[in-house]
Design a protein around this ligand. Structure first.
Ligand code: GAL
Length: 430
């Protein structure tokens, strides 16, 4: 069981009762109150947001040229055709905060044309423009944070033409420890959520609190459209959680395991960015993953209905990376309008089956091998909680073809860390 297993979710609810203000308290008793308390524009994230973020590949070296070329590449690589639309500038774009006006400004060496012109360029490509700030006094990269300047910063971002704000949680004034400041986190995120809403510009609000204060419980109420469930995912398959340090893909999968009921149209659990295609280059290095592991990350993120924020240098993707991130069949699972997060139905000896209900009475099944050796997995209809006698037709989303399987089991030969994904459609509806 992971640190944020079912029991800790219940513990979180209990803690919220004790420590939270009205925002959360009012949402606990009934779903109608919950709906009434939601203060964001859900239409901004009816399906999980898809885009690119500068942090993993460029970190503090992000600049205007990178952003312009990345916008060009998002269009020319056909990423837009499969649904990618946001270009998000992460931390260390800032030059400072003007002491007389209190306005944030961009680093003029990195962004000589300024943010408004850059946003216009991104928009001219048919894309959306995102930026980053922090709920504390400083960002994680020690740039000026938005604490106390929420309204001013939200207005500035809206004036620039920002469509997406990633909002981090470093340097928050009365940070004491990971488990005792829910109330402060809620009020800080609500301050920015309200400020964004007050601008009148639709701005998608991406909460980056990493998970310790269970943002899946209050993210929507403070105006959020997605909330990180995990610390940063490094470019590595398996690296356990160690306080605030980055984790591997596997840990981020495990953190998501029991959070499905908190995610859906309008507000999504976010297990962090895709490390697909980094190949141990860029700003965030972790040792790298092999192509099977990258494909598994894409598969599982789609099974989770996770936001698909790519972190590699999309100007220079190799063919394997393109095959992974441009697979419309797997992206369709992520973007399915039912918006259900997949859940594990079978787990034995490191072999797992995950199930995600889709529209049209279809079901996505992922068969996954955690072991470091080749294995064959066979899951029965009972294991998969499927009705017998439906005559399912089965489509392999990585091979892009129908597969013949017995109408009672689904099996796959899996390499180490491999995940194969199938869409089952019932031929008979009885
Ligand atoms: C971390 C965040 C990363 C990145 C970084 C920038 O807190 O999780 O995704 O935004 O800050 O400093």
């Amino acid at each position: 069981m992971t640190k944020f297993s079912r029991s800790s979710v219940f513990l979180s609810w209990a803690l919220l009762y004790l420590v939270s203000g009205c925002v959360v308290k009012n949402t606990i008793n009934s779903s109608s109150t919950l709906n009434a308390a939601i203060s964001q524009d859900q239409n901004l994230a009816i399906t999980p947001p898809m885009g690119w973020n500068s942090w993993n590949a460029f970190g503090k070296n992000v600049n205007e040229q990178v952003i312009r070329e990345t916008a060009d590449a998002m269009v020319s690589s056909a990423m837009t055709q499969v649904g990618f639309s946001y270009i998000v500038i992460d931390d260390i774009w800032q030059g400072g905060r003007d002491s007389s006006t209190g306005l944030l400004y961009a680093d003029a060496k990195k962004f000589p044309s300024g943010m408004k012109a850059l946003a216009d360029y991104v928009h001219s490509k048919g894309l959306k423009f995102g930026i980053y700030s922090d709920a504390g006094t400083k960002t994680c990269g020690e740039m000026p944070g938005s604490f106390g300047y929420e309204k001013k910063d939200a207005k500035l971002f809206a004036d620039w033409g920002v469509d997406f704000l990633k909002y981090d949680y470093c340097f928050c004034p009365d940070y004491v420890s990971a488990n005792n400041d829910y109330k402060m986190a809620i009020s800080r995120y609500k301050a920015m959520g309200d400020a964004l809403k007050a601008t009148g510009r639709p701005i998608l609000f991406s909460i980056c609190e990493w998970g310790p204060r269970s943002p899946w419980l209050w993210g929507k109420e403070v105006g959020g459209h997605m909330w990180r469930t995990s610390y940063d995912v490094a470019d590595i398959w398996d690296k356990p959680r160690n306080e605030t340090s980055p984790v591997g893909i596997l840990t981020s999968i495990d953190v998501m395991t029991n959070l499905g009921r908190f995610s859906g149209p309008g507000g999504w659990n976010d297990p962090d960015m895709l490390v697909v295609g980094l190949n141990n280059t860029g700003f965030i290095k972790g040792g790298g993953c092999n192509d099977i592991e990258y494909r598994t990350q894409m598969s599982m993120w789609c099974m989770f209905s996770a936001p698909l924020m790519l972190g590699c240098d999309i100007r220079n993707m190799n063919e394997v990376t393109k095959t992974i991130i441009l697979n419309k069949d797997i992206i369709d699972i992520d973007q399915d309008s039912l918006g259900k997060q997949g859940y594990r139905v079978m787990s034995k000896d490191g072999l797992e089956a995950w199930k995600k209900p889709l529209t049209g009475n279809r079901i996505a099944i992922a068969l996954f091998n955690r072991n470091s050796s080749n294995k064959t997995i066979t899951a029965s209809w009972k294991d998969l909680e499927l009705e017998p006698g439906k005559g399912y037709s089965i489509f392999d989303v990585w091979k892009h073809s129908s597969v013949g399987q017995e109408d009672a089991t689904l099996s796959a030969d899996l390499q180490p860390h491999e995940c194969q994904v199938f869409v089952l459609s019932a031929k008979k509806n009885k």
